[in-house]
Design a protein around this ligand. Structure first.
Ligand code: GDP
Ligand code: MG
Length: 447
């Protein structure tokens, strides 16, 4: 497994947390120290490691688990979230007919990746073609041709042409537009003006959908600076980190590139054509920490939090306090949890009622639109909907892509619900019934 050392150390931390009897300052400090050591050993920068562990400490002492969550599992979740946060944004590389241009310095793994990407693409049903634009080394063209043969991909080269941009243009003219075209370019020992010029010219004629920088993970933290300077010089859509298999210090490269803002799309995990992984930061961390366990823990917390929010909304409703924010939470729960599953079970008299499915459908669609409209409101408007008039209605309508009538319909719906809530709150018998429902449904799920 990639970054085995880091994974092992982090799993030990989690075991320590789940075996401890209590979560106190001493344990949190110890755990923070362990995490810091593990990150530094994986070459994550001192600053980043410090920031991360400080956040773990601060959150562990200030945040509270949702009812039924358990403090140990809560601490584990905080650790998971913070480690996940240093791996940057998730971006999906879509396999479809398009043009991909590879750039990078010598020996970073460009040509190897070209072959791997061709295999990856063909496995997903899109034929790939490899284009040899490394004009400086004849051996590079042969290497690419062999790879093309190995994965049964198309291949284009022009051994008598010295200008890579001309080759790129020829390839686009000759190869089918229904394929994924992969342009393998030449590298140099550093990003000098000549290399920049060559890449720019290629980009102009090839007009790629993606410009991917291929970087060797053994560069460690320096990979971040490299990604930044390539991005500034030629513009990137993503980064491929290679040789993560061989590098115990891959954590430095991963976190530094993530911090540069360029999304990491793939990681190379070996010399073989199959040794390629789509980089999914969430899955990557889950695997480092022990996939199955962490996944079910996260899902459990999500369910607990949904319920805590739904309960809060119901409590506010009971007390006659009902803001647009509560309505939003309610709608969110309704649309997320499926047809009227939770909130309605809190409402007396409705739990066992017969509901017309078509009507449910229409209602859910309307509620979904309301949620989108509320996403265009300011915090102030959510707190105090009475200020939403005139120009505000227009702005919210424009921002959410709905008509002003729909915004007004939402405000009307809110007002009706609020009135109903108010009526409910003053009905003592109903109140008590609801309170009983809340307590009955509010026990811990497990633990
Ligand atoms: P280029 O100069 O950027 O085109 O680099 P190459 O694709 O020719 O690769 C340089 C060397 O790195 C070759 O020996 C490859 O086998 C090796 N290589 C490339 N990717 C990986 C990887 O993910 N893991 C390992 N272990 N070696 C790799
Ligand atoms: Mg090459």
């Amino acid at each position: 497994m990639v970054l085995e050392g880091l994974g092992k150390a982090l799993r030990q931390v989690l075991t320590k947390v789940s075996r401890s009897n209590t979560v106190d300052e001493a344990l949190i400090s110890e755990v923070a120290r362990d995490i810091q050591r593990a990150l530094l050993q994986a070459d994550v920068s001192v600053q980043l490691a410090l920031e991360l562990t400080n956040r773990v400490k601060a959150r562990a002492s200030s945040e509270k688990p949702p009812p039924g969550g358990g403090v140990r599992d809560f601490l584990i979740r905080i650790i998971y979230e913070e480690i996940r946060s240093i791996l940057g944004a998730e971006r999906n590389f879509e396999v479809r007919p398009k043009r991909v241009m590879l750039v990078g310095l010598f020996g970073q793994g460009k040509t190897t990746f070209a072959g791997k990407l061709a295999r990856y693409s063909q496995k997903k049903g899109v034929r790939a073609d490899l284009i040899a634009a490394d004009v400086h080394r004849p051996a590079a063209v042969d290497q690419l041709e062999q790879l093309a043969r190995k994965v049964n991909a198309g291949f284009y080269a022009n051994r008598s042409e010295r200008r890579p941009d001309v080759i790129a243009r020829e390839a686009v003219e000759r190869l089918p537009a229904t394929d994924l075209l992969i342009l393998d370019t030449a590298g140099r020992s550093n990003l000098d003006p000549e290399l920049i010029e060559e890449i720019r010219k290629c980009k102009e004629t090839f007009r790629p959908d993606e410009v991917l920088l291929v970087l060797d993970a053994a560069m460690g933290q320096a990979a971040g600076r490299s990604a930044e300077s390539f991005h500034k010089a030629v513009g990137l859509t993503g980064v491929v980190l290679t040789k993560l298999d061989g590098s115990a210090k891959g954590g430095g490269a991963l976190s530094a590139v993530a911090r540069s803002g360029a999304p990491i799309l793939f990681i190379g995990t070996g010399e073989h054509i199959e040794d390629l992984e789509k980089f999914d930061p969430t899955r990557f961390v889950s695997r480092l920490l022990g996939m199955g366990d962490i996944q079910s823990l996260l899902e459990r917390f999500e369910a607990l939090e949904d319920r805590a929010e739904a309960e809060k909304a119901a409590r506010n409703l009971m007390q006659g306090k009902f803001t647009l924010k509560d309505l939003y939470t309610q709608i969110d729960s309704l649309t997320k949890m499926g047809p009227f599953s939770k909130i309605l079970s809190f409402l007396p008299g409705l739990a066992g009622a017969k509901i017309d499915e078509g009507q449910v459908q229409a209602t859910q669609e309307r509620l979904r639109a309301y949620r989108v409209i509320m996403d265009s409101m300011t915090r102030e408007e959510m707190r105090d909907p009475h200020i939403i008039k005139g120009e505000r209605v227009q702005r919210i309508a424009r921002g959410s892509g709905h008509r002003p009538q729909e915004v007004r319909a939402l405000l009307k719906y809110y007002e009706q619900t609020r009135r109903a809530a108010h009526g409910l709150a003053s009905n003592r018998k109903l109140r008590r019934q609801m309170e009983r429902q809340l307590t009955a449904g509010g026990g811990p799920l497990s633990d």
